[in-house]
Design a protein around this ligand. Structure first.
Ligand code: ZN
Length: 229
C-alpha cells in the first residue's frame, strides 16, 4: 500500500515537474496555463498519449512522434526531479499542501535558473509568501549565534556575485530556503548543496570562469533531504 501511495505521488510529482518546466520556459512570454503543448520543431499539437510524464519520453526514445526531432532532455529531467520531490510527500493530507506549493515554486525557479542563469523576480513572490505564512514559522527558530555561522557563507556568495560568478537570485533563494526550513534543516540542505556543487565542478569539464547557477544544487539538496527523511 505504501509503495502504491509513493508511486501515485511520484506520478503526480512528474506531472508537476513537466508543468514546472513549461512555466519556467514560458513565464512572462506565453500562455502556460491553457495553451496546448506542441513540438518545438514541427509545431504539431501533442496527443495526450505523448504527454504522459516519463513514460512518453522513454517510449518515444526522446523524439517527436511526427518529425523525429529530439525532445529537450531537460523535460525528462524535470519530470524525474518532480517525481523524486513529491514521492514521499502525502499530498492527500492538506497539511502538506503549503510544502508542496513551496517545492513546486522552487522547482520552477531551479529549472529557469539552470536554463538561463537568471530568474524572473515575480516568481520569487510565492516562495516568500509561503515562507512567511508556512504554519511552522520555521524562520523564527534561528538564533543570533546560528545566524553568525551562516553569515560567512552569505558573504562568500556576495563576493562571488560581485565577481560575476554567481547571480544575486541564488542568494535570495538561499535566504528563502534557510528561512523556510529553519536553522537545522536549512543548514543540512545547504551542506548537501555545497557537496553537490563541488562534486559537479570536480566531475565535469565546467569552465571555472563561467557563471553557474547554485539554485539547482540547493533544490537537489532539498530533494535529498526529503527522500532521506
Ligand atoms: Zn515534431
Amino acid at each position: 500500500m505504501q509503495l502504491l501511495i509513493m508511486l501515485t505521488n511520484a506520478m503526480i510529482g512528474a506531472c508537476l515537474g513537466s508543468h514546472a518546466c513549461v512555466v519556467a520556459q514560458r513565464f512572462g512570454q506565453a500562455n502556460f496555463i491553457s495553451a496546448r503543448s506542441v513540438c518545438q520543431s514541427c509545431q504539431r499539437s501533442l496527443l495526450l498519449r505523448d504527454e504522459i510524464p516519463l513514460i512518453s519520453y522513454l517510449y518515444l526514445k526522446g523524439k517527436c512522434r511526427y518529425c523525429r526531432s529530439f525532445i529537450p532532455a531537460r523535460l525528462f529531467y524535470a519530470e524525474l526531479l518532480g517525481a523524486a520531490s513529491f514521492c514521499k510527500l502525502n499530498m492527500l493530507d492538506s497539511i502538506n499542501w503549503p510544502l508542496a506549493a513551496f517545492i513546486f515554486s522552487l522547482l520552477i525557479l531551479a529549472l529557469q535558473d539552470w536554463e538561463t542563469q537568471s530568474i524572473d523576480t515575480l516568481l520569487l513572490i510565492p516562495p516568500i509568501l509561503l515562507t512567511l505564512f508556512w504554519p511552522h514559522f520555521a524562520w523564527t527558530n534561528w538564533t543570533i549565534s546560528q545566524i553568525w555561522i551562516i553569515v560567512p557563507i552569505l558573504l562568500t556568495m556576495g563576493w562571488f556575485i560581485y565577481q560575476g560568478k554567481m547571480g544575486s537570485g541564488d542568494l535570495y533563494l538561499l535566504i528563502i530556503i534557510l528561512a523556510f526550513w529553519g536553522s537545522l534543516v536549512g543548514t543540512v540542505i545547504l551542506l548537501i548543496a555545497c557537496c553537490l556543487f563541488i562534486g559537479y565542478f570536480v566531475c565535469t569539464s565546467q569552465n571555472r570562469q563561467q557563471a553557474l547557477a547554485f539554485l539547482p544544487f540547493l533544490y537537489c539538496g532539498q530533494i535529498i533531504y526529503l527522500l532521506w527523511q
